[in-house]
Design a protein around this ligand. Structure first.
Ligand code: TRP
Length: 336
């Protein structure tokens, strides 16, 4: 059997928060160090365009995300870490795939349907209001990301599963017409990866505005943790760990022994104020070394740029010869 190739993309919108860290960055970095695995990680900056962010925000987010992964110890000697827009073969493959993707397939994408549904519920006359072609054909760009590097496994959140299945459908259709050229990928949904609770008790998410930025400075980190919602039990009263955001976040960072110590302190009635202090110190100690490295990288973006340049060079060793093969197969050829 040939070796699996893992590939995952991070859309460059927003500032990484501790929910991203626990759910995607931490497992991604662990995998990057596993010499038995071939991993591709990339910054999906063309995908960010579909979200209509302002240019300065896209650029800032690209730097913040890249600096975060590097500061936390991504092994770029083993994994390939690059920026989507540095690989010209990706938009090229996107167009080729667009030419053979049924419109009906795109009509079924959850990401598009959600916007149409919101428009209909909002009573807007045009169900496609605010839908750009980038949003509509987003799954084709994502298919090109995946197929360009012959990936077999695509670790994603549940909301992206359908997109990976679409990439598989598109590849199957391509191969049916042109021969066995593209590799069929499958989604990998890790049921164990933690979904972190946010400041208000809902899932931590940029869209709920309830996040704790991963590299918030100490003062900000303390302030945010002090804002976490608790119930009104008094100090000394035994407390449940279930449904406690403080506990959920603590557990996402702690070892099994540390978790059982905290469970004991809940049962003994630890005061919420004290638990907040414990959590703050715990996360702060955990993040501090990487935070210093993050700051160094943010102050000197040329270091990050150079990492991405090297990553793109490695990535294009795969994509450049492969696109030549794909072009030939579809009849885009030298004439003599
Ligand atoms: N669409 C993904 C998200 O929003 C990001 C992404 C872009 C991606 N291209 C990809 C993920 C390719 C996996 C593979 O989370």
């Amino acid at each position: 059997m040939t070796q699996d190739i893992y590939l995952t993309g991070i859309t460059t919108t927003g500032t990484p928060h501790i929910g991203n860290y626990v759910g995607a960055i931490r497992p991604g970095i662990a995998a990057s160090r596993d010499k038995s695995k071939q991993n591709f990680y990339f910054l999906a900056d063309f995908h960010a365009l579909a979200k209509n962010e302002d240019p300065a925000k896209i650029a800032q987010s690209t730097l913040e995300i890249a600096a975060s992964w590097l500061a936390l110890g991504l092994d770029t000697s083993n994994a390939v870490f690059y920026r989507q827009s540095d690989i010209p073969e990706i938009p090229e493959l996107t167009w080729i795939l667009t030419s053979m993707t049924a419109k009906g397939l795109m009509n079924r994408a959850h990401s598009y349907k959600a916007v149409v549904q919101a428009n209909e519920e909002g009573g807007t006359k045009d169900p496609d209001k605010g839908v750009t072609m980038a949003l509509y054909s987003y799954p084709i760009l994502m298919a090109a990301d995946i197929l360009m590097f012959k990936s077999t496994k695509v670790p994603v959140g549940r909301d992206q599963k359908q997109h990976v299945e679409m990439a598989r459908d598109i590849a199957g259709r391509f191969n049916h017409h042109y021969g066995d050229i593209l590799v069929l990928p499958e989604p990998v949904i890790d049921g164990n990866t933690a979904v972190l609770t946010g400041l208000d008790g809902r899932k931590m998410s940029k869209s709920y505005n309830n996040t704790i930025p991963l590299f918030a400075d100490e003062k900000k980190l303390r302030k945010l943790i002090m804002k976490i919602k608790t119930n009104s039990l008094e100090p000394g009263e035994p407390k449940e760990t279930e449904g406690s955001t403080l506990y959920d976040i603590y557990r996402a960072f702690a070892s099994a022994d540390e978790v059982s110590d905290i469970e004991k302190r809940y049962a003994e009635g630890i005061a919420w104020g004290e638990m907040k202090q414990v959590l703050f110190e715990f996360i702060n100690d955990h993040i501090k070394p990487a935070r210093e490295e993050y700051k160094r990288l943010m102050d000197d973006p040329a270091i990050v740029e150079e990492e991405l340049r090297k990553g793109a060079e490695k990535a294009r060793k795969v994509s450049a010869p492969y696109i030549a093969e794909i072009r030939h197969a579809i009849g885009i050829r030298k004439l003599g």
